[in-house]
Design a protein around this ligand. Structure first.
Ligand code: PLP
Ligand code: COI
Length: 346
């Protein structure tokens, strides 16, 4: 039971809930999903996940609406992306039906942990796919665990919603290789970014902005989220094959069109940072997180900043970004008509 939770004091951290939902894949079949109170997996130390990162995951949210209903935001998109990622690493992934069934079951089994409406909080669902059969050589896993777990969450950074944060450019580190796995949600991508992320955090930056690994001249994305900028009445976001196709970004582009903005999905040269009115990180966990300044340094470890990009919206969330945020959150909360049929109601 979540009896003691303070809904106004949630950030993005692990909290024990009641159940995790699990299905096993073996011999071409998924087992019937089981709700388990045991949060520990029991499988071989030779499993591919431990040695070769045979693993990928998803992230989506459930919201308690203004009308009391529970909504999942675009779970079909997460299911499709997990299939794409699983396929890329040669691992079986659940069907859209199984994915949705287990997400819904996870919310139901942990319903006491779903934050009430009005706290700017939600239930984060973490579907996880891990290769678990013993192996020695490098190979795709033949046996797989698919688990869906959850946690009640507030903002990703722990700061107040829509409070701008600083970012640094990662000139001498990449999160993805050219022709690598940047566009897939493999666990390994996050291990790669830990070293520069830890450094950026030690230096006080909230975010780390990666460049395209092939030419290092264009903006790619943040380590945990996509890049979205506002320039006049235009929504600008990078087109790059090393960026994770974000479901939040895709949705916000549609919201931008609905609000009468233009949308440009194109290469974004680093220098263009000086021309944007508003810059944000966007993603499931960060929602829209405004960025107030971006430091460019030769090397992340340097103290000297070669160029500081001050974003005009400064210490406030930009007006247009605020409109985008309000509209998408209103759809998720059932306060605005879901004209694109994005939400699945429990
Ligand atoms: N980019 C990266 C590297 C991410 O980890 C995430 C989070 O899932 C995103 C972007 C945002 O994607 P989405 O909006 O689908 O959560
Ligand atoms: C998400 O936004 O769902 C993510 O997966 C980002 C991060 C927590 C890894």
């Amino acid at each position: 039971m979540a009896a003691q939770l303070d809904w106004s004091d949630l950030s993005f951290k692990y909290r024990k809930t009641d159940k995790i939902i699990i299905s096993y894949y073996k011999d071409g079949q998924w087992s019937a999903p089981q709700a388990s109170e045991d949060f520990n997996f029991h499988f071989s130390a030779f499993a591919g996940v431990f040695h070769y990162a045979n693993s990928c995951f998803e992230g989506l949210k459930a919201f308690r609406g203004v009308d009391g209903k529970v909504r999942l935001f675009r779970p079909d998109e997460n299911a499709k992306r997990m299939q794409r990622t699983g396929n890329h690493i040669g691992m079986a992934a659940p069907s859209e039906e199984l994915f949705l069934e287990m997400c819904l079951q996870c919310v139901k089994e942990n319903i006491d942990y779903l934050p009430p409406y009005g706290y700017n909080a939600s239930m984060y669902l973490r579907p996880l796919l891990v290769g678990c059969n013993p192996q020695l050589g490098i190979a795709s896993s033949q046996e797989v665990i698919f688990a869906v777990m959850c946690a009640p969450v507030g903002t990703y950074s722990g700061a107040k919603m829509l409070t701008p944060g600083t970012a640094a450019l990662a000139r001498n580190y990449d999160r993805a290789a050219p022709n690598g796995t940047g566009a897939f949600k493999v666990a390994a991508n996050y291990a790669v970014s830990l070293y520069p992320y830890n450094m950026a955090h030690r230096q006080g930056y909230r975010e780390l902005l990666f460049l395209d690994p092939a030419t290092k001249t264009k903006i790619d994305e943040f380590g945990s989220s996509n890049f979205l900028a506002i320039k006049g009445d235009t929504y600008v976001t990078p087109l790059s094959d090393s960026v994770l196709p974000s479901i939040t970004n895709k949705s916000l582009q549609q919201v931008a069109i609905d609000l009468g903005l233009k949308v440009e999905k194109r290469a974004v040269p680093v220098e263009e940072l000086a021309e944007f009115d508003e810059v944000n990180a966007c993603g499931t966990a960060v929602v829209i997180t405004p960025i107030c300044s971006i430091d460019d340094k030769k090397r992340l470890e340097d103290t000297a900043v070669t160029r500081k990009f001050e974003i005009p919206s400064g210490e406030e969330c930009g007006k247009t970004s605020r409109k985008l945020y309000d509209r998408i959150r209103a759809i998720q909360d059932g306060a605005e008509e879901d004209i694109h049929s994005w939400c699945v109601i429990l």
